[in-house]
Design a protein around this ligand. Sequence first.
Ligand SMILES: Cc1cc2nc3c(=O)[nH]c(=O)nc-3n(C[C@H](O)[C@H](O)[C@H](O)COP(=O)(O)OP(=O)(O)OC[C@H]3O[C@@H](n4cnc5c(N)ncnc54)[C@H](O)[C@@H]3O)c2cc1C
Length: 444
Amino acid sequence: MSDDTNGGTLRAPGTNWAGNLTYGARALHEPTSVARLQDLVARTPRVRALGSRHSFSDVADGEVLVSLEHLPGVVEVDPAARTVRVPAGTRYGALAPVLHDQGWAVHNLASLPHISVAGAVATGTHGSGDRSGTLATAVRGLEVVTADGELVTVGAAQAPASGAEAATHRPDVPLDAVVVGLGAFGIVTAVTLAIEPTYDVAQEVYPDVPWDAVLADLDAVTGSADSVSLFTDWRSPTVAQVWRKSRLDAGWEPRPHLLGVARSAVELHPLAGVDPASTTAQLGVPGPWHERLSHFRMEHTPSHGEELQSEYLLAREHAVDAITALRRLGTDLAEQLLVAEVRTMAADDLWLSGASGRATVGLHMTWRRDVEAVGALLPRVEEALAPFAPRPHWGKLFTATGAGSPAALRAAYPRFDDARDLAARLDPQGRFHNAFLRRHGLVG
Ligand SMILES: Cc1cc2nc3c(=O)[nH]c(=O)nc-3n(C[C@H](O)[C@H](O)[C@H](O)COP(=O)(O)OP(=O)(O)OC[C@H]3O[C@@H](n4cnc5c(N)ncnc54)[C@H](O)[C@@H]3O)c2cc1C
């Protein structure tokens, strides 16, 4: 570690959270002011933002990385506008209690609160819920350092109460294009999110629910609560666990049975045999939204810890056929699969969101951390899902020849070429380019 002319520290980038990726960047800067970040961007030919390192793919990597964790700024609520201005490096787990203490909430959370707000929305990170959009759908505005080092606002960015650096508004840049931005449009310094009055949630878990009954009316199951997750090994005749998260302000009534299966009387971890101490409270005991909407608690390691992940987002109408296709592959995946999860998302208008333009089902897999063996299985998973135009989760593992090939992505995302053109217009020198964006055809 050494002092940095950008007023922060300079260190070796190290690895991502999962440890499957050692960042290839030669340096990681941690600037301590937006002005210093602007200067760094303006004089660095290739530079990328790094969030909290929770992506499994190399989406964040580049020649030089910048972490925003040390930028000054605090979470600022504007009650009249019902928005909050969040410094980009803030993690949901830090944001949520601040919001709740002031009487506010966001609409949903991912399975873990450990991720940064800017990094999460940049890859289309989502929770679950038929009526709930991805986390990025809460974004109302962004403050962004663009390729020329200018600080600009896009959309309805909330002005900082602290009167920080002046930013130029860019009405020519559509917010919908750049929110799920994969770091390709600039370095986001602050995010304005929509908020709503705080609410309580009750979480109920049902073990061993027969697949036949679930698939007979999947809509009834996923619509039975505000957020529903199905955990499975794809092989068994039952869904190992159905997690239901219900808002009390939406009229929750305890549900002792789901499809004839009794609610669990003990707390469960989604992974069989793992101590549920790291999971959020279950058993139908109501509590604040941020202590129930994620599956995992901030102060614990989320999920398994030693793992890889993949996920494919498909049009909701294909859910039953796609689940059936993966269940047919179940035995072949078994050795590497720790657990799979099925979730739903409402359609949105964000160009590169996995739920862009279509009500969506997400088919997620948590794998053992065997890069080679999982790499050999992904083409088979993608082949099985190919009839359903799957969109790979940008932050998880997928191929560049199947679902992640430029042609497949262009077919799956109606605005793919528009996003590519916009990136070329905003960043003609390719300052924010990296191998990931090139490999998947998002930049030339
Ligand atoms: C245990 C575990 C559980 C997970 N659960 C879920 C889940 O429930 N739902 C889900 O959808 N995903 C989930 N993920 C995936 C994860 O949410 C995404 O990979 C997310 O992008 C990680 O955010 P991050 O802050 O770590 O970003 P990083 O991985 O560090 O970066 C991701 C992208 O964001 C960009 N970025 C970061 N900061 C900025 C910035 N300031 N400006 C511009 N671009 C920026 C980077 O350049 C990169 O392109 C999970 C991951 C793990 C490890």
